[in-house]
Design a protein around this ligand. Sequence first.
Ligand SMILES: *[C@@H]1O[C@H](CO)[C@@H](O)[C@H](O)[C@H]1NC(C)=O
Ligand SMILES: *[C@@H]1O[C@H](CO)[C@@H](O)[C@H](O)[C@H]1NC(C)=O
Length: 733
Amino acid sequence: MGSTKNEYIPLFETKEMKSRIVHRLFAASVFVGIVLIWIYRAIHIPKSGEDGRWAWIGMFGAEIWFGFYWFLTQSVRWNQIHRQTFPDRLSQRYEKELPKVDIFVCTADPAVEPPIMVINTVLSVMAYDYPPEKLSVYLSDDAGSELTFHALLEASYFSKHWLPYCKKYKVEPRSPVAYFESETKVSDANHAEDFASIKKLYEEMENRVEVTNKLGQVSNKAEHKGFAMWDSFSSRGNHDTILQILVNGSDPQARDDAGCRLPTLVYLAREKRPQHFHNFKAGAMNALIRVSAEISNGPIIMNVDCDMYSNNSQSIRDALCFLMDEGKGHELAYVQFPQTFKNITKNDLYSNSMRVIREVEFHGLDGYGGPLYVGTGCFHRREVLCGRKFIKGTKIDIKRQDECRIADVHELEDRLKSLANCTYEENTEWGHEIGLKYGCPVEDVITGLSIQSQGWKSVYYNPSRAAFLGVAGTTLNQVLVQHKRWSEGDLQILLSKYSPAWYALGKIHIGLTMGYCNYCLWSPNCIAILYYSIIPSLYLLKGIPLFPQTSSAWFLPFAYVIIAEHIYSAAEFLLSGGTILGWWNDQRMWLYKRTSSYLFAFVDTVLKLLGYSDLKFVISSKVSDEDVSKRYDEEVLEFGTSSPMFTMISSLALLNLFCLIGILFRLASNLSLRSLYATLALQTLLCGIFILINLPLYNALFFRKDKGSMPGSVTSKSVFWAISACILFTIMW
Ligand SMILES: *[C@@H]1O[C@H](CO)[C@@H](O)[C@H](O)[C@H]1NC(C)=O
Ligand SMILES: *[C@@H]1O[C@H](CO)[C@@H](O)[C@H](O)[C@H]1NC(C)=O
C-alpha cells in the first residue's frame, strides 16, 4: 500500500501503434482508388441493349459493397493500441488485498470434450500463482456426465500433489499434460525424483479416467457420496441439479501435500428438463454466476472453455493490473485475452490462428473502447455481469478480505441447488438485464456489446506469451462449420434488439460500432464474393469485357487497389508472425469461408426471417480418422466427407477452370478475338488467381486417392453444376 493519490504510478500502460501516419496515408490513397473505380463504373454503364449491361451494374454493386466493407475494416486498423502490465507494482501495492477470483470452466459433452482434457484445464487454472484461499474453480457440465464428475474427483485428489509441485519448481505451463509434453528441463536429482513421481501419479490418474471413459460408467460409485446424485438421473436432457463442492477452500482442513490451502472446487450440472429450454452456454454461465455468489462470491469472474488451458500462471495478476488500476480501472468491465491455439501447423492451412484478428483487429477495437467479449479467456467484474450500470466517477471496491466460512457443505449444497433449477429464471431478468444474454448463438459477443453500451470499457491484453491455449479444428469441415455458426450469430446480432447499428449507436464510439459491424457483416459478404467469382469468369468465356482495358487510364485505379491491398494484407500477415505460404492459405480460407460458411449462414438467417426456421442445411459431423491428424500435420487439405459446403467451393473452382480453358480454346481458334485480348486482361487475371488458389482443391477432386480426398459424389455433383452453368450461360445469354 505504498502509494498515495499524488504519486500515482499506473499498473498498466497503453501505447499507440508506431506507424500510424504511414498507415493512414496509405489508407487514404486506397480510398481515392476505390472512389475512382466507382466513378469509372458509374460513367461507363453499357447502354440498354448492349452486351453485359446487367452484369456491369452487378459489378458496380459488388464494388460498392467491397468499398463499404473496406471502409469498415479500416475502423479496426485506424487506432491500434498495445497494452503492457506491471504485475510487480500490483504485488507491492495489493498483495494482501487481492480480490477473490471465481473461475468458470464450461463443458458440454464428454464425447467431444474428453474428461481428461477437461480436468487438465481445471488443474491448470487451480494452479494459478494466486492465493489459493481466494481462488475458486467451478466446472459446469451441461451433459451431467458421471464420467466428467469422476474425472473431476480424480483431479481433486491429484491437485493435492500437483499444486505443491508447481509451486516448488515454478512449473510452466500448469496443465499437467502440456507440461509433460513440453521438453522439461530437470536439473538436480531432487527434482528428477519428484518429476518421476508426479508423472507416475498423473499417468495412473489418466489411466483410471480413460478406463472409466471406455467403460462408459463409473464402476466404484461407493468412492464418493456425490455419485448418489445420479440415482435419479434419467438422461442428459432430463435430470435434477447436481451440485458438489469437491474441495471446500474455506475449510482450514483442506490442505495439499505441502500443507498449503487449496482452491475451492465445485461441480455443477444444472437441472435439465425436456420442456424447458436451456439456453446453451449462456444458461450454464448464469447458473454458475448464481451458485458461485453463494459459495465464494468472488468479485472477479474468469471464464474459459474446457479445451483452453492456462499457459501462464500469472494471467490473473495481469488482468488485475487493469481492473485494480487506480486511474482507469474503475471504467473497465472486462479484460479479454486472445484465443490462441497450440496445434497450429507452420503455415496454418485452415487459417485457424486468426492471426490478423488477434494481432491487428482486436488492438484496433481496443483503441475505440475495447474488444468484443469472445466467450473464453475473459476476466469480468461480477457486478457488471450482473447488470450494474456505469456511473462516472464511482468505483467498485473489489479489494475485500472478508472470508466467508462454509459451515456445513451438505446443507449449503442442498440449499443452492434450487439456484440452478429450470424454473429459477422464470419471471426474472436473468438472460436479459442480468447475466449473459439469451437468444443468440454468440451470446458472448452480444453480452459484451450490451456492457459496453452501458458506458463500460473493456481491455484487450495480448501478451507475447499466450495466456490460454486451445485446440483448433483439424479438418476443413470443422473450420467451415465453426465459421458458419459465428457468422450466423454475428448477423443475428446485427438484426437483434442489441444491434450495434442502432441500439449501440451513440452509446459506444462510432469506431467501435464500425468494428462490430465488421464481424456482424461477415456473412452478407458472400453475395459480392460469389458474384465476383462467377460473373467475370462467365463473361470471360463469352469474350465480353467487364473491366477497363490495360491501355486505359481507368485501368490504374483497379491495378492500384488490387495490388496495394494484397501487398498490404501480406505485409500485415507477415508482421503478425505468419509465413508467406500461411498468407496464401489464409487467402484460400478467406475465399472458402465467404463462398460456403457465410453463404449458408446468410441463407439460414434469411430463411429464419421468412419464418422457415426449421429449414436447415444438414452438415455432416466431424470426422475422426487416424490419418486425419497425419494429413493435418502435413498440411494437406482434408475433405473426406460429402458436405454441401464442399460442393459449393468445388463447383466454383471448376467453373473458373472451365471458363479459362474455354477462352483459351476460343483465342486459339478465333483470331478476331485476339484483338479483344487487352480488354480481357483483368478478367483473365482474376480467373487465373481463383484457379491458382484452388490448386490443392483440384488435386483433391481428381488426383488424390487417400481418405481425405474429395468424395466421388461431391466431384460428380460439382462437375455437373460447373458444366451446366457454363453451357447454360453461353447458350442463353
Ligand atoms: C493438433 O491436435 C490434433 C488433435 O488433438 C492432433 O491430432 C495433431 O497432431 C495436433 N497437431 C499439431 C501440429 O500439434
Ligand atoms: C506457453 O508457455 C510456454 C512456457 O510455459 C512458452 O514457452 C510458450 O511459448 C507458450 N506458448 C505460446 C503459444 O505462447
